[in-house]
Design a protein around this ligand. Structure first.
Ligand SMILES: [Zn+2]
Length: 154
């Protein structure tokens, strides 16, 4: 029997619910009991290969005003927030006729219940379908990163 690829329920992080409001989209995340909750320098080293500009994002945090100030030791939900924003910026650049009209997105992340592994990520959007696709792509990429980094330690 060929080994089955992991299905959704086996993913470290699951996007359980997405709600679209007037100006923002909200995603509920559930971390598996044994999934890491925070980033690591190794994970971020992998992440920036796909998102080279993510550290330059504006970010209100306890250490500074850029995501780079905290990205190696922050919650993975916060990492996801910035991945969703970055994917939306990339999509806006692809479709925008006027490069001077740079899209700006903002987001927030909070634990609903850290022990239970439940978090909420909110980001603003210009196009709800782009934002929805960004959420799905970001969660898939983040799960891949987590699994690759975890396997290095086995
Ligand atoms: Zn941030």
């Amino acid at each position: 029997m060929a080994k089955q690829p992991p299905n959704d329920t086996a993913s470290p992080i699951t996007l359980t619910h997405v709600t679209v409001y007037g100006s923002r989209i909200e995603g509920q995340l559930r971390f598996a009991p044994d999934a890491p909750r925070t980033s690591s320098p190794r994970l971020i080293e992998q992440l920036v290969r796909t998102f080279p500009h993510i550290g330059d994002h504006a970010c209100v945090n306890e250490c500074g005003d850029r995501f780079a100030d905290v990205m190696e030791h922050t919650s993975l939900a916060h990492v996801l927030e910035h991945m969703v924003i970055d994917l939306q910026v990339q999509a806006a650049r692809r479709t925008s006729q006027n490069s001077q009209h740079e899209a700006a997105f903002v987001g927030t992340t909070e634990w609903i219940d850290k022990n239970a592994g439940l978090a909420c990520v909110r980001v603003s959007f210009k196009d709800d379908l782009v934002a929805l696709a960004a959420f799905r792509q970001a969660i898939e990429l983040l799960n891949n990163l987590v699994q690759v980094v975890e396997q290095e330690h086995v």
